[in-house]
Ligand binder design. Structure first.
Ligand SMILES: Cc1ncc(C[n+]2csc(CCOP(=O)(O)OP(=O)(O)O)c2C)c(N)n1
Ligand SMILES: [Mg+2]
Length: 592
């Protein structure tokens, strides 16, 4: 079959099973947009290319399938660099197609030319500049393969205009689709290791059986590997408690008796201290991020480390593991379960861990997540808003957050009992992520309720995508926690810069969020008093034909606790003042 490159590109996406893509056309990518008219693929027209990238990420987060975005050259390609970097940091499978100027013009500073592969090289798992129309099916197949196998990540395909433009003879090609063996033969250096080394797995099982203070340190890799069930089996078989990092919330149910919740800079006291005092950390798809470890030389000083990761580059990057295992988390955990069972069947027993369990429950009792009650007539407590939202939405609601205080409170106060219900920007911490990612999530899972919890600062960065949501009838719900500040930065200025507030005030009224929401085709609701919280949420939940924005006026002085100040040891974790022995009189740090 004779096709032109543009047709071949769209047909290749269809062959990959793409059902939806996010994008915005322009000069260099025009010929590829033409065949979209005849394709079953749904194209969602965004208002800014950053939105397309985050939508593709949100879609990938909740479906496990690669998100696809397509934009034109130059400024459009640079607009999507942030989502690429975001997806790279959080290992999100994504394929981004960018238009490029015609091959003979490359390097001439042609109109809307930029060196897209050069710019994106360090924020993609791989990128391609295609130079022949005949290469398009092969490259697209390789791009999806690379994005979705091994450690997932974003792959970019840059397509010069002449090889897709039917008016140019260079675009003519004979259609083909590479077989699986042609695909792997074409990528000789790319063979991710998925099966863990059996000897190392046996060693890990023996260590698990002799540990007195073990913790399963679970990261986002568990979700990428679809390993939540296997994890639960391992935790229950070994009776070991689990911490779920910011990227792994939902990978293990929060209401499970073995769940300790989130560790890290704003993790709960028990999760942080359990890691700190453990004698064995079983790191599963987690990467010893600095927000989790605190000051690395002081991190979990007594712990032996078993580290399972599909990316060999992670093993020993931050902390030397005693037992490194390269492999797919699900497959490795399944083997680990078998190895532990075998040891138990042949007479091994667990040591007495009663003292450790009592310590954990003691911490949980002494230092629960807590906040001071609201004061009559003052702004709302953000935690209280989140508790209302949590308790009035279905258990499997998808929660998508922005970046800042609201993100930390959302992660702390929500109860995640299902995998793939928490979407956020962990590694890069991208303000503006939430609204477009929530739209992508709703497109991927239209059957589920999707709430975005956003900050007023974040919302102002990408709110225009609610126009996309209205136009495309994607009924997401947005809760803005409007504290009139870049709150997280304000918190650092209050705590570490002597309350010298520099460039963090935003104003509660500018913009008028209700009017703005209405102008974008959404329902807008403002909530100023505690009595208004529940009716507003109920109203938002009942609307399913358009997006809803609920603005909650929240207390600007509220800080996120616990907190491990940047660069300090996790043992220096600060709990809220009212949980400190002196009631916070001297801003005393709790040290163990
Ligand atoms: C694109 C981007 N710019 C700057 C920052 C630094 N930053 C982190 S949190 C934050 C404040 C966020 O404000 P808001 O969205 O209102 O959330 P809040 O902390 O008030 O809940 C800023 C500026 C960032 N993470 N991302
Ligand atoms: Mg704010």
């Amino acid at each position: 079959m004779e096709l032109n490159g543009g047709q071949a590109l769209i047909k290749s996406l269809e062959m990959e099973g793409v059902e939806v893509m996010f994008g915005l056309p322009g000069g260099a990518i025009l010929p590829v947009y033409d065949p979209i008219i005849d394709s079953p693929i749904r194209h969602i027209l965004v208002r800014h290319e950053q939105g397309a990238g985050h939508m593709a990420e949100g879609y990938a987060h909740v479906t496990g399938r690669p998100g696809v975005a397509m934009v034109t050259s130059g400024p459009a390609a640079t607009n999507i660099v942030t989502p690429l970097c975001d997806a790279y940091m959080d290992s999100i499978p994504m394929v981004v197609i960018t238009g490029q100027v015609a091959l003979p013009s490359i390097g001439t500073d042609a109109f809307q030319e930029c060196d897209t592969t050069g710019i994106t090289q360090s924020v993609t798992k791989h990128n391609f500049l295609v130079t022949k129309a005949a290469d398009i099916p092969r490259v697209i197949r390789e791009a999806f393969h690379i994005a979705t196998t091994g450690r997932p990540g974003p792959v970019l395909v840059d397509i010069p205009k002449d090889i897709v433009d039917p008016k140019n003879p260079a675009s003519a090609m004979k259609w083909y689709w590479p077989t699986a063996s042609e695909l792997t033969a074409g990528l000789p250096g790319y063979k991710p290791t998925t099966i863990g080394n059996p000897r190392q797995i046996r060693k890990a099982a023996e260590m698990i059986l002799s540990a007195r203070k073990p913790v399963l340190y679970v990261g986002g890799g568990i979700l990428k590997a679809r390993a939540a069930e296997a994890l639960r089996e391992l935790a229950e078989l070994t009776d070991i408690h689990v911490v779920t990092t910011l990227m792994a919330r939902g990978a293990f149910p929060d209401d499970h008796r073995l769940c300790l919740g989130m560790p890290g800079m704003h993790g709960n006291y028990t999760a942080v201290m359990s890691m700190q005092e453990s004698d064995l950390l079983v790191a599963l798809g987690s990467r010893f991020d600095d927000r989790v470890t605190g000051r690395v030389p002081n991190f979990a000083p007594e712990a032996k480390i078993i580290h399972v990761d599909i990316d060999p580059a992670e093993l020993g990057k931050v902390r030397r593991p005693d037992v490194p295992i390269v492999g797919d988390c699900r497959l490795v955990i399944e083997e680990l379960v078998k190895a532990v069972r075998h040891l138990l069947d042949t007479g091994s027993t667990f040591p007495d861990r009663q003292a450790w369990k009592s310590k954990l429950s003691g911490w949980q009792e002494r230092y629960p997540l807590a906040y001071e009650p609201p004061v009559e007539g003052e702004n709302l407590k953000p935690q209280m808003v989140l508790e209302h939202l949590r308790d009035s939405t279905p258990d499997d609601t998808i929660l998508v957050s922005g970046v800042g205080q609201h993100q930390m409170w959302a992660s702390q106060y929500w109860k995640f009992n299902h995998p793939y219900t928490w979407v956020n920007s962990g590694g890069l911490g991208t303000m503006g992520f939430s609204v477009p990612a929530a739209i992508g999530a709703k497109v991927g899972r239209p059957d589920k309720m999707v709430w975005s919890v956003d900050g007023d600062g974040c919302f102002q960065m990408t709110a225009q995508e609610l126009v996309t949501a209205s136009a495309e009838r994607i009924p997401v719900k947005v809760a803005i926690l409007n504290n009139a500040y870049l709150g997280m930065v304000r918190q650092w200025q209050e705590m570490f810069y002597d309350e010298r507030y520099s460039e963090v005030y935003l104003s509660p009224d500018l913009p008028d969020y209700v009017k703005w929401a209405e102008a974008m085709g959404c329902v807008g609701i403002r909530v100023e008093s505690p009595e208004e919280i529940q009716p507003a949420i109920d109203k938002a939940n009942s609307i399913d034909d358009r997006p809803v924005v609920v603005e909650f006026r929240t207390d600007a002085s509220e800080k996120v606790f616990p907190m491990v100040p940047s660069g300090q040891s996790n043992s220096e974790i600060q709990v809220p003042p009212f949980q400190r022995p002196d009631g916070g009189a001297g801003q005393k740090e709790i040290s163990q």
